[in-house]
Every structure is written in structure tokens, then in C-alpha cells.
Write a protein that binds this ligand. Sequence first.
Ligand SMILES: Nc1ncnc2c1ncn2[C@@H]1O[C@H](COP(=O)(O)OP(=O)(O)OP(=O)(O)O)[C@@H](O)[C@H]1O
Length: 457
Amino acid sequence: MHILNFHFQNSLMLYATLKLTHLVNICFCIAEDKAAQSLLNKLIRSNLVNTTNQVEVLQRDPNSPLYSVKSFEELRLKPPLLQGVYAMGFNRPSKIQENALPMMLAEPPQNLIAQSQSGTGKTAAFVLAMLSHVDPSNKWPQCLCVSPTYELALQTGKVIEQMGKFYPEVKLMYAIRGNKLERGMKLQEQIVIGTPGTVLDWCQKLKFIDPKKIKVFVLDEADVMIATQGHLDQSIRIQRMLPKTCQMLLFSATFEETVWNFAKRIIPDPNIIKLKREEETLDTIKQYYVVCNSKEEKFQALCNIYGAITIAQAMIFCHTRRTAGWLAGELSKEGHQVALLSGEMQVEQRAAVIQRFREGKEKVLVTTNVCARGIDVEQVSVVINFDLPVDKDGNPDNETYLHRIGRTGRFGKRGLAINMVDSKFSMNILNRIQEHFNKKIEKLDTDDLDEIEKIAN
Ligand SMILES: Nc1ncnc2c1ncn2[C@@H]1O[C@H](COP(=O)(O)OP(=O)(O)OP(=O)(O)O)[C@@H](O)[C@H]1O
């Protein structure tokens, strides 16, 4: 797919420069943190997340038949699009796509609110819908997609380019900062992807886009969108300029009340598709705790554990960046291949670290929770809480504990979790976590090699 005015290479260079200022201290800002997390997940994901949960569908018109498809052929896609889908390695629609695609491709167009966790095929679904609805002989924007950040817009743009590879008549334009167009010009590209502020300017102030000619409007990552100041209002202002006949689609990885309220406000008469995230449990996890007096003692206990059992890969969580950095240094000195995820790293550096760890190039990943939140590293069999998870009020963070060491049914492999306790305070946290999950956490004496060896069996 050819892009006028804005080549992807340029965009990457610009991205590299801009993100230097933009992404520093990313961990301290909730909205940016959410956006970064979402981008990280996209950058490191190589395939679909498959869940065993059933899709829940709420149809606007309960009397119309409910279509779902098991193959891409059934959708009667244009041949270059089917070719694009197969070239991407997709053999059949994902769970959410089975229901969402027929709805999005139906005539007359149907509005949709879809929620499912990251990696379940939402982006691919709406990209296919946009490409299907475009009339390439019309040289004006017909599909408009808004993403919460510059980086996420580029990422989705890449999917449009990939899927539209065999459909070169359809052109794409990025409505993102840095992409300056001549005043008075009218866009000829059929698909525009961008961030709310720039899209709004291009529709309203600069009039590069005639919003009345838009047939499909996509609001991606609604949960990240509403976390960013101003994006909610801008999205609503864009939506108000669109014709009544325009198909409106909203996607979100999570569905808290705020997202739901926003979705209902912006998508009239929606169909709703939900795919629940699989619950994690501690059922197949052996949990232990080790009593120490200082971080040095905790490190020694860790060395003893490493000396006694074979650990293929471990993830170690620390409370602060400082401890994580120190621990990674100490472990390296001991000859371990250590990867460190730290808050000051840019998002792509973090993605590269996780990727290397996933590939097994490093055996230990030391991280703070902020950095690792939302990232599933399923193959890790040992998780060490060098510091126990606490919330900002100093109470046990049970949810984080479960997320760090819990497993979904699918990855029900047995796992091992070791908690390091170094004070009355952390002992109290441990006890409360134990009570919360009603699961015993056994004491482990790390000076006793025989005892450590036993836990590996
Ligand atoms: N039908 C399919 N078959 C195989 N792979 C697929 C299919 N649909 C999507 N994928 C791949 O699965 C991964 C996740 O898909 P996608 O990015 O569309 O999910 P998502 O729900 O939008 O996730 P996120 O919210 O993180 O963007 C991508 O690598 C994508 O190429």
C-alpha cells in the first residue's frame, strides 16, 4: 500500500525523536502508562491470544439472525483482501472475529461496541472492515480511525498497510502530529488513521477531510483514550460531525464503568460483543516464603535457591527501580544472564528486553511491577517476589499478586512462587495475602539445601 506524503520510514525517524521527550518518565503517568502497556503488548505479541471463554453477543435487533463465521471465505471478502488475510498467516477468524466480522460487514451497516482482552484480534477485525467498505474509485477519505497515541496510530497503520498489501488502489494517510499538509488541500486517501486532536483539526479547522463523507468511524482502545485528558471530548466532537448513516465501531480491552458510559454516549444503537478474560488461579502454584533481615540476605537466599534447583527461567519482582537495578547487578556478578526492565526505559527498549527473555536469551528477568504490569510471560515457571506487592496505602495488592504468579486454565502448568519477607510489615502483608486467597504459603529454609531441593519436585 502506497502512502502519500508520509512514508513509514520518516514516521519512524520522527517517532524516535519525539518519543525521547514524550516517553521519559512514562511510568509516572497513568494515561501514558496505559498507552505504553498497550503498545508493549502489541510490539511483543507474535500471535493470537486464544481463550476458552465464550463470546457474549448482545444484538440490537434480537429478531435478526445471528451470524457467525468459521472461515474467511464465508465473509465473501474482495479477493485482494482475502489474499492479504492469508498472507498475514491467518487461517480462520479468531473468536471475537467470528461474530464481529459478519456484523461489521453487514448491509445496512451496524454499529458495534466490542470488548476483549489485548491480542484477541480486534485490530485485525476493524482493519478488515475498513478495507472492505472502501470504494477505491472515490478519491476521498471514507474510513476514519482514531487511536489514543501517535505510537498506537502508527502500529495500527502498519496493520492496514499489511492487510491492504494486495489492494494498492486503497491509500492510507496518517493524521498525526508532525505530518504537515499544505493549507487548502483535500485528502485523496480513502483511509485516515490518527490521534483525536489532529483528526479533529483536519476535519474542522483545516478541512483536509470532509467528515460528511465518512462511512466508517473506528474508535480504538477506548479505555486508553478516555484516560488521556481531552481525548474523550475531541472524540465526541469528531463523532458529531459524521453523518447519521456512518458506521460507528468502538473497541476496548477492558470495560470498566467509565469506558462503558463513554461507549454508550458515542455509539448509537450498538450491537455489543464481549469476550471475558480468562480468570487466573493459584490452584496449580506451589507457594513459599523465606524469612530474611535485609536485601543482602534476600539476595543470598536467592543464590541458595539457584544453587539447589534448576530454574529454567525466573521473573523477579522488586518494589523500586533502585532495588531492581541493584539486584540485577548482583545477579550478573554471580554469572546469571539477567534482563532488567526499568521505568526509565523507552517502550521499545522494554519490548526488546521482553522479547529476548521470551526467546530464552536471558534466564532471569528482574523488574518492577509498574514495568511488567499487563505483560504475560507464560513460560516462566518460577516467580520470585523479592518484595511483596503493596498498594500505595501499604496494603497487600492481592490482584497484582495473583497476576504475577497465577495461571489461567490453559497454562495450568505447575508453577513455583517464592516470597521474600524481611520485616514484620512484610510478614503481615504475606499473612493477609494468604488469608485473602485461603491458600497456604509454606515456610522455606534456604539454608537447608535438602529442603530447597524438595520444592522442585
Ligand atoms: N484470525 C487470526 N488468525 C491468526 N492470527 C491473528 C488473527 N487475527 C489477528 N491475529 C494476530 O494476532 C495478534 C493479535 O491481534 P490484534 O492485534 O488484532 O488483537 P487486538 O485484540 O487488537 O489486540 P490489541 O488490543 O493489543 O491491539 C496479531 O499478531 C495479529 O496479527
